[in-house]
Design a protein around this ligand. Sequence first.
Ligand SMILES: [Zn+2]
Length: 152
Amino acid sequence: MTTEVPVSLVRAIWRGFRGRCPHCGEGRLFPHFLKVAHHCEACGEELFHQRADDFPAYLVIVMVGHAVVPAILAVEMAYAPPVALQLAVWLPVTLFASLALLQPTKGAIVGLQWQSGMHGFAQAKELRDASNASGAVMQLASSRALRRHRPA
Ligand SMILES: [Zn+2]
């Protein structure tokens, strides 16, 4: 019997952010830019249960907006450059930052959903929890058995 170490919420989110399977951290989460894999190629974990929908895009808008808008205002207040220059700089920065953050953010959301058993991940989480609980019981029983048979 194999006992798995439970994956913490932070670890699952970090694995998703890195584009890796939240369960094993090895398999790729995204075969294409924003397309989540049907299942993990390394451990076989079902990943199609994710329902990230538009949430990653909303988060990216909030993050990029909170970084770019103050920067635009600060540059405007300090240097007052021509509008064309502002647009030439900030539009590509906004576009690049949004595209760069979209996949990691979606992966983090998938990791969050997987670890907390949201949507179709609920059954897999129940199985993991039951497996971890029975594994803990087995470890406890074997450690007690070892203590009982330890020479005095
Ligand atoms: Zn995996």
